[in-house]
Design a protein around this ligand. Sequence first.
Ligand code: F6R
Length: 270
Amino acid sequence: MFARNSVIALATFDMEIIIQPTAEAATTRAARVIARLLREKPNAVLGLATGSTPLLLYRELIRMKLDWRKVTTFNLDEYVGLAPTHPQSYHSFMRENLFQHIKISMRNVHIPDGMAKNIPASCENYERKITAAGGIDLQVLGIGTDGHIGFNEPTSSLASRTRIKTLTQQTRRDNARFFGSEADVPHHCITMGIGTIMEARQNLLLAFGPKKARAVAEAVEGPITSINPASMLQMHPATKVCLDKDAASQLQRADYYRWVYDNKPGWQQI
Ligand code: F6R
């Protein structure tokens, strides 16, 4: 269930909370982690996310002109019923915001198939492809206002695998901004499970803005519970949480996390 050994040295066995004044500064930290992975492992397997949060990250990765030729990617999720050409599909999102700007082989790009006729078989196949690729080296994550990671909504099994999931009303309301109206947001999605995410060797969760503050505080400092699926990351041995000050505003121990990050001893700089 937990991360396999990696070719790169991973930081610690604790969640690392990185609080920066702005989303831009937090994104820079996250981009450096990815850039370093791609330098050390040119054929790395990256797990990718969509939504507003990783937009700055993708812009920064494009600007860095990294070598993507041998990189393989797996996206977290896709809406059921949206064809890859649909403007709000995550296929379109990834094409527009990352893939068309980098030199990646589209054979190495994987996104769940929202149009699959046999969804369970397609989900099983997605898991098989992740395994065949050698597992995910680094998974990029956002967090929903309800604590979801991927589209693992509250009460998702903490051991879940890629599957169909029903979106909560809160998530459909949050994502209505991309669709024009809430009625147009699909009710179902295919998402990697929490068990799938937990097998990534490294997780990089980003969250910005005051709307994420509560979900972040519960995920980092609350009990591990399926009511806040991101809280399961407390059990992951190599998760970094990159926050702006607003997303960090409800953390009880923010001063401690800031001090730890600003005073990392040499042995922790790996
Ligand atoms: C998207 C995904 C979701 C989002 C989350 C936050 O692939 O997996 O978990 O990361 O809904 O969305 P934004 O970034 O739009 O606030």
